[in-house]
Design a protein around this ligand. Structure first.
Ligand SMILES: [Zn+2]
Length: 82
């Protein structure tokens, strides 16, 4: 029996428990470096889900595509290459 979890915000398809889906999320994070453990630790201070896609719609937007879309928004921004 399929139980609905949520709905794709692009195509309207139902997403059921057990289905893979894609979310785009805005996190506020804080990175720290623990010298005694020689490792970094990232704390998520706040997390907000912006949009949820079914697998088909979500696969249209890989991370590079989303980054390019955000960097194309006009503003006083500068592009930082990783
Ligand atoms: Zn969809």
């Amino acid at each position: 029996m399929n139980i609905k979890y949520t709905t794709c915000m692009r195509c309207g398809k139902d997403i059921y428990y057990g289905n893979a889906y894609v979310t785009i999320t805005r996190n506020i994070e804080q990175a720290n470096y623990e010298l005694t453990k020689n490792r970094e630790e990232i704390t998520v201070i706040d997390s907000s889900e912006i949009i949820t896609f079914c697998g088909v719609c979500g696969n249209l937007f890989d991370a590079d595509t989303i980054g390019n879309i955000i960097n194309a928004i006009p503003g006083n921004n500068r592009v930082i290459e990783n």
